[in-house]
Design a protein around this ligand. Structure first.
Ligand code: FES
Length: 124
């Protein structure tokens, strides 16, 4: 077992997640909740760089379970904290699954997404 029971990486420093939503707000909300609930020795919330899933963000990867989340908001993060981090049940409507490796959604020159995407990606 690692140093933390739950180690979450929120993509706040990639090129797109911070532009596609409130990635910083997601990180802040989780960090605040971990502190308020006395969970800092059990749950670690880290900033991360690009997780290679740009266009599905804001993204978060949770280890050691290897549960990934997409299209996060601070409100969704709060739900994840209570339901998943405190009670062990992932929040399915934000769970992200895709084929292994990089899955970046193409964009035009202005950064607009070129594919219609939804919250839960099915493995291809
Ligand atoms: S910018 Fe967040 S996954 Fe690439």
């Amino acid at each position: 077992m690692g140093q933390y029971e739950i180690h979450a990486f929120v993509c706040t420093q990639g090129p797109w997640c911070p532009r596609d939503g409130d990635a910083e707000g997601v990180h802040k909300r989780l960090k605040k909740l971990a502190g308020e609930h006395g969970q800092k020795s059990r749950i670690r919330i880290n900033h991360s760089g690009c997780l290679n899933q740009c266009g599905h963000g804001p993204m978060m990867a949770v280890y050691p379970e290897n549960v990934w989340y997409a299209h996060l908001t601070p409100e969704a993060a709060e739900e994840i904290f209570h339901q998943h981090f405190m009670n062990g049940v992932p929040v399915e409507r934000h769970v992200y699954a895709n084929k292994p490796g990089a899955n970046k959604v193409p964009r035009d020159e202005e950064g607009n997404l070129l594919e219609d995407i939804c919250c839960k990606e099915e493995p291809r």
